[in-house]
Write a protein that binds this ligand. Sequence first.
Ligand code: COI
Length: 354
Amino acid sequence: MELTQTVAIRPTKHSRIQEVDFSHLEFGKYVADHMLVCDYANGTWKTPEIIPFGDLTLSPTTLALHYGQTVFEGMKAFRLEDGRINIFRIHKHYERLNRSLDRMCMATVPEDVFVEGLRQLIALDKEWVPAAPGTALYIRPFAYASEAKFGVKVSDEYKFVIFTGPVAGAFQKPLRVKVETEYVRAARGGTGAAKCGGNYGGAYYPTQKAKEAGYDQVLWTDSKENKYIEESGMMNAMFVIDGKLVTPPLSDSILDGVTRDSLLTIAGDLNIPVETRPVSIEELEKAFRHHTITEAFGAGTAAIVAPIGTIHINGIDYHLPDYTSLAVMYQLRDKLEAMRTGKETDIHNWNFVL
Ligand code: COI
């Protein structure tokens, strides 16, 4: 499509980039100089503005604070080998954002506001895109119900914001995860497939309990029978069983992960057999007993792949074998990184190069 969106830009007079230690990046530590803000009222989105990153002012009656109409995305921009910048799978993230907004009864964002706004934001903060292997500029678009009126109602006003910050990959050390059969993250017909704030807030309590018991995260099971693996909260869950890459199918209680989709596609490119099908706890227990499970990992934008070393099921800690660089998850990750940093051809048209 032809992008015609006008974006009003007010650059900062004081860049904070000198304060960044690019050799010790951490997820969530640094925020780049600018942010995009765009307001929706009276049935239309106004002209997006790019302004210095700073606080938002909110009335205590702002609807999002009470009734939870708030949605976000997690995306990344990469420094290509030739120095240019690539926003990875911009259209897939855009479509998911709008699906989440729709599910939460919020105004969807026009494509030109998202794509052109993001392009200009990243172009302005281009010095913030790191180049070291495994690093990226994390992009956090989000929207919330901004109408100041505490009656219980669907908001008539929204604010859409995008800020960014340089990050390194997370979770290098194999995780200890607990299969959760008491609490659930999402139920059939609920909001599990939407990237809405409540899904994350609701996961904290069971995750804290798992942490107190010595685990890093939980592996959620389905809400009906607590028998089938769903996802791991911040990431989709993947396993290598009998040499096949196995992951639960998407449903209305599982997030349609962009990294999940990319890894499954790359597995196809590499002729690694893929099975998208329900994975029961019982199957995992058997696979551990027969040593047919060789890998378990989370897949997500922030983490890329997060190796799992231990899975706690019904009172027993099952251990995965030590991973080498030949592990399927690392082959997939390395191929993905090569494609999005320009070391290999972008055969799937995933890159949006500035
Ligand atoms: C991501 O992986 O980008 C996510 O959005 C999960 C987030 C809670 C870190």
